[in-house]
Design a protein around this ligand. Structure first.
Ligand code: MN
Length: 133
């Protein structure tokens, strides 16, 4: 057993290529092989969202606080709230983030593929795409 103290964990600023706005990423666990588990806590300021992206083995989001939005390409933008769990299918093109008015904190739970890839980043979500809710 290992116990990791939150005091030993630093929040990392979400890179501008992957996030529009201010996002903070805490790595909760990166499972040691043979585990491929990856769990992050993401903290989005109001108006902040990810770029479009996919996950080779899918992703589970679980909302802790605030109010958020998520969209699968070609589907409507959906609001998500504390306690909601969102299942993203493998390779589904999507984005997620806070609403314009509220911050959002969610867990992101996913597995890496055999090459160690758990996310493939694509182009930013435009203001027009973000506002279409
Ligand atoms: Mn995702």
């Amino acid at each position: 057993m290992k116990i990791f103290s939150s005091k030993d964990r630093s929040s990392r600023k979400g890179p501008a290529a992957w996030f529009t706005g201010n996002a903070w990423v805490d790595e909760i666990v990166a499972g040691a092989a043979p585990s491929r588990l990856r769990v992050f806590m993401l903290n989005f300021g109001p108006g902040t969202r990810t770029a479009w992206h996919t996950h080779p083995l899918g992703q589970t989001l679980h909302v802790l606080t605030g109010a958020g939005v998520v969209q699968i390409a070609g589907e409507p933008v959906r609001e998500i709230h504390p306690g909601d769990t969102v299942i993203i299918e493998p390779d589904a093109l999507h984005w997620h983030g806070a609403t314009p008015e509220n911050s959002l904190v969610h867990f992101a739970i996913q597995e890496a593929d055999a090459q160690g890839i758990d996310v493939v980043w694509l182009e930013p979500v435009t203001d027009e795409e973000y506002a279409a809710r």
